[in-house]
Design a protein around this ligand. Structure first.
Ligand code: URA
Length: 184
């Protein structure tokens, strides 16, 4: 499959895991179909589940701020999640839910072919490289990782920064690494 809209059509009514019973709609992704950067979050929250778009709630507003600060926009980036359906009460996605969704995640990245990927938190990173969600995430920042020959930079999830605003500067360091790597 080479077309992102066809991929969406093929999974819009997915019922491979239990999240399909409680979700309102799948949250596929938004942005350029030929992106320089793909940002990957964890899973939709309640606002996203209502609207069918990723990062439209409080975390999304903060992500928008980071994106605007570096003169990026949905014209040159794409935003998606590790899993496509909202876990009830925003609990962590279970390994079996991530596994059920993994095929879609891989296909989506295969079609989008970004120059670089930015993982927003441990659930995104663990879908990209050999990393256990029980490991220390902060150690994964500041280095380049690789997913199928695509460089990957890890930064904090916006929800974490909303709770710990003193770490916001670290996100800016990560964005600088992201852009420097992309432009090299
Ligand atoms: N948090 C995420 O990880 N993804 C969203 O789409 C919204 C909040």
């Amino acid at each position: 499959m080479t077309d992102i809209n066809k991929l969406y059509d093929s999974i819009a009514y997915c019922n491979k895991c239990i999240l399909s019973k409680t979700r309102n709609t799948i949250v596929f992704g938004k942005g350029s179909q030929n992106p320089d950067i793909v940002f990957i979050g964890e899973a939709p929250g309640s606002d996203e589940d209502k609207l069918g778009l990723p990062f439209v709630g409080r975390s999304g507003k903060l992500l928008d701020k980071w994106i605007n600060k570096y003169n990026l926009s949905l014209d040159n980036i794409y935003i998606m999640n590790a899993i496509k359906c909202r876990p009830p009460k925003n609990r962590d996605p279970l390994p079996e839910e991530k596994n059920a969704c993994r095929e879609y995640f891989e296909k989506q990245l295969e079609i989008l072919k970004p120059k670089i990927i930015c993982a927003l938190g441990k659930h995104a990173l663990s879908n990209l490289i050999d990393f256990s969600v029980s490991s220390k995430y902060s150690d994964m920042r500041g280095a380049l990782h690789t997913y199928k020959n695509i460089p990957v930079v890890a930064t904090y999830h916006p929800a974490f920064i909303l709770r710990s605003p003193q770490s916001a500067e670290k996100v800016y360091d990560d964005f600088e690494l992201l852009l420097k790597t992309m432009n090299n």
